[in-house]
Structures are given as C-alpha cells and as structure tokens.
Design a protein around this ligand. Sequence first.
Ligand SMILES: Nc1ncnc2c1ncn2[C@@H]1O[C@H](COP(=O)(O)OP(=O)(O)O)[C@@H](O)[C@H]1O
Ligand SMILES: Cc1ncsc1CCOP(=O)(O)O
Ligand SMILES: [Mg+2]
Length: 267
Amino acid sequence: MTGQLLERVRHEKPLIHHITNQVTINDCANATLCIGALPVMTHAVDEVEEMAAASNALVINIGTPTPDQIDAMVAAGKKANRLNIPVILDPVGLGATKLRTDTIKRLLDNVHVSVIKGNAGEISILAGQGGTVKGVESIGQYDNIEASCRDAAKIYACTVVVTGAADIIADSSRTLRVGNGDAMMGRVVGTGCMAASILGCFAAVENDHVQSSAAAMACFGIAGQLAAKRDDVKGPGTFKATLMDELYNLDTASIEQYLNIEEVVTI
Ligand SMILES: Nc1ncnc2c1ncn2[C@@H]1O[C@H](COP(=O)(O)OP(=O)(O)O)[C@@H](O)[C@H]1O
Ligand SMILES: Cc1ncsc1CCOP(=O)(O)O
Ligand SMILES: [Mg+2]
C-alpha cells in the first residue's frame, strides 16, 4: 500500500499549494519535488483562491504568520473546501503566542481540514489537554499523546498526526503508529514542515487520510533512516541535503525492508 501510494504520487505529480513560513519554505518546496509531486508556494490574497483551485492539496503552515497571510489562508482554505481539495494544517508554535492561538481558532472555525499535523505540545493543546510550546518546540512529557491525538481527531472531525520518535496517526475510529524515522530528523530545522508537505502529496492521491498519512510519514521516516546510515553524512548539514537525496531515490525495495506501521488497539 505505502509503495503503491508513492508510485501514485510520482505518476500523478499532484500540485501542492503551500501557504507557509519564511524559514523552511524552500525545504518544503524541495521535499515536495523530491518525493515526486509539484510544489507551489504563494500567499498573495489576490491569487490564492485561483491557485488553490488549480491544486490537488493545500498545505497551510502558520510558522511566521502575518495578517495578510492569515487572510490568504482562510480564503484559500474555503476555496479548497468548496472544490473538495484536501487541506493539511500545520499549527506551528500553537500555544506560544495569542496570535497563533487566535489564528488556529479562526482557521478551524472557517475551514474544514483533512489532516492536522503537529508536535506533541501543539496537538495536546488542540485536544484541550494543555501543553507547552517554546517558540516552535514542544516542551515536556506527554504520556497520553495517543489519546490526545484521537481526541483532537474527534473534535475537528479529521485525521490528526503527532510527530515524534514515533508518529501517531488517528481519526475517530483508527489509530496507527509509524516507527520509521531517525533522531537526526529532530536536529535540523524544517523536518516538521517537510512532513506536512509530504502529507499533502499523499493526501492528494488517496482519500483515506489515515492511510495516506501513514504512508507519507513512513516514506519520510524511511528516507531519514537511509540518510542517517550514509557514510558521507557527518552531521545536521549533510544529513539535511542527504534526506532530500533519499526522498528522491526512495524505492519499493527500501520501503518493504524498513516499513514500520502498526495499528494501535484501543479499548
Ligand atoms: N527521535 C526521533 N526518531 C525518529 N524520528 C524522528 C525523531 N524526531 C523527529 N523525528 C521525525 O522528524 C519529523 C519531524 O518531527 P518533529 O521533530 O516532532 O517535528 P517538529 O519539527 O514540528 O517539532 C517527523 O517525521 C518525525 O517522525
Ligand atoms: C524555527 C521556526 N520559526 C518559525 S517557523 C520555524 C520552522 C519550524 O520548522 P520545523 O518545525 O519543521 O522544524
Ligand atoms: Mg523541528
């Protein structure tokens, strides 16, 4: 399934419209292209509805929010909803400032999102269970994060992905755990944002967003594992460049060898 979905991304080359932050915008564009889809990054209020309509998924990331950009996110999200184009939301830094809290509330009140992806702190806050986010980093221990992931999925009627050493993916009825990835992925800025881009690529080709999200996180994680093993990777700098190479070179054989997706049984 995961390998087939990757092949569909490469065959269909979905256009992934991003309205995203200034820090990792180039990383997201490259990760999208390397996995086999097409990125476009634009946030001008005057064109986002037209661009969203031409796209196969919309990724909204609030990493560096400005008033105009937030208006553009709402306009593009509403247009995507009218056309049944999946919307991925990355609530970067939710809880760190009032602007981020207000922005996520406005987005979720106005736009139906298909997938929300965040770190443990961000998702725990969304689930109403509180959390600490320092800048964009999740701080603290979240022992009930699988339950928080499910709660957030029920509240917002969507699929929720929590990233970490293992990624948790839930909707109202299923929970999956993806064990792929490497600790080096937490040592470079941008892997969380890139994960949202890859989630968009897979959501564009598969309507079951628990399946598409599990495949996306597994592929991204396997690329990270392969990059971390390479002799020419000496630290975060070479790791990040090599991660792009491994996304580009990822094949079915590596997916079959490394795939680590399990269903979490809940009572
Ligand atoms: N210790 C780890 N082991 C395996 N994968 C990791 C680890 N830390 C982060 N990742 C991976 O890195 C990506 C970004 O996750 P994370 O660091 O939690 O996001 P953020 O940058 O938003 O805080 C995800 O694909 C996640 O699976
Ligand atoms: C550092 C920073 N500040 C605002 S957005 C951003 C990038 C966050 O990147 P990621 O969460 O993907 O590591
Ligand atoms: Mg990070």
